[in-house]
Design a protein around this ligand. Sequence first.
Ligand SMILES: Cc1ncc(COP(=O)(O)O)c(C=O)c1O
Length: 397
Amino acid sequence: MINEKMLSLGKKSSVIREIFEYGKKRKNEIGAENVFDFSLGNPSVPAPEAVNETLVDLIKNTPSTLLHGYTSAPGDIGVRTAIANYINETYGTNELPENIFMTCGAAASLTISLNAVLNKGEEVVVFAPFFPEYRVFIEKAGGILHSVKSREEDFQPDLEKFEQAITEKTKAVIINSPNNPTGAVLSEETLVALSDILREKSEHYSHPIYLISDEPYRELVYDKETKVPYVTKYYENSIVCYSFSKSLSLPGERIGYVLVSSTADDARELYFAICGAARSLGYVCAPSIFQYLIPDALGKTGDIAVYKKNRDILYTALTSYGYRVSKPDGAFYLFVKALESDAKAFCEKAKKYELLLVPSDDFDYEGYVRISYCVSTEQIERSLESFEKLYKDYEGV
Ligand SMILES: Cc1ncc(COP(=O)(O)O)c(C=O)c1O
C-alpha cells in the first residue's frame, strides 16, 4: 500500500495551479492576449544583468568539474561567507557563515527548518492569510498548524489573538514579510511586540519557541521609507528562510538558504539539526552553479519599478471603480475584497470577463481574492475594462 497522504497531495493540485492550467486552456481557445491571468507569482521582470554576466564568466572561466561538481553538503563556504558578510554589512548583525545552509529556494528552507525543530504533535502558529504550502510543510514535519487571523484593517498580526494562541505545545511561529498574499510589511513595532511575547512564553513554558522568517520578498518593497526589519536583531531564537527566486527573478533555478541566528540558544545544535533535516530530506548541495553566482548578485534585484507601476495602476483603477483594496507595500500581490461573501463564486464570475483571480480560501482567509500583478504593464492596462465590467455586474448596472 502506498502512502495515502502523499497520494492525495499529489492528486489534488493547488487551486493556484488549477487556475493556471485553466488559463493555458483558455488562451489556446481565444488567444493569450484575451486572457488576464493573475494566478501565479512568477516574476515578470528579467534577472539583473549581473546574473547573466556572472553566469557567462563562470562557464568560461571555471573548470567544469568544479562548476558542476558537488559542493560540501551545506554549500560552498566562500559563498556562505559572502552571504554572511552582506547580511552583517546591510543590517548591522553578527551572523556566521557556519550557520548558513544553502538550499533549493524558500520551500526547501521551510521544510528543512520545520523538520529540524518539530517533534510529532508540536504546534506552529501562522498568521492568516498565509502561503498555502505552509500547511503541507508543517504536517509533513509532524506538526499541527495553528492559524491566527491577521487584522483586517492593515493585515498586521493580531497580537492579542497571537498571545492567546500560544500553548505549551507551540514550537515555532512563521512570519512572512513582505507578505504573500497581502503585500503587507511587518512593522518594527509589531516585530518588537511579537518578540517580547515569544520571549515571555518561551520562559513560561521553559523551552525556546522559534521564529521562522520566510523571506522570498525581502527586497521587493516600493518606498525608501518602508523598512523590512531583520528578525535576528529582534529575537534570538530566529531562523531566516531566504530565497533568491523573486529578488533575482530566478524561481526555476532553486536557490536560497537557511540562516540560524548566531544568538539562538544552542545555535550550533540547532544548525546541526538543520543539517540533519536537510540530509534526511535529500536536500544536500544546492545547485552549484547558482551558488557560485550568488556573491556577485547579493543586494541586486530585477527592476522593482515595474512592479510598483503595476501596483499603482491596478490600485488606483480598482479603488476608483469601488473595489476595497489593501495597498501593498511590497511583494507583487494585491488582496482585494470579493464582491460577494463566497470568494470562489466571485472568481468564477470573474472568468466571464476572462479575469483569472485566486480565491483567498486556500490562504485560510475568506472573502478576498489575490491578484498577482507580476505580469506585463500592458496586460494590466488592458484588463481594467474587465475589472470595471465585473464591478458593474454586481451593481446590476
Ligand atoms: C510566501 C512564500 N514562501 C515560500 C515560497 C517558495 O519560494 P521558492 O520558490 O523560493 O521555493 C513562495 C513562493 O511563491 C512564497 O510566496
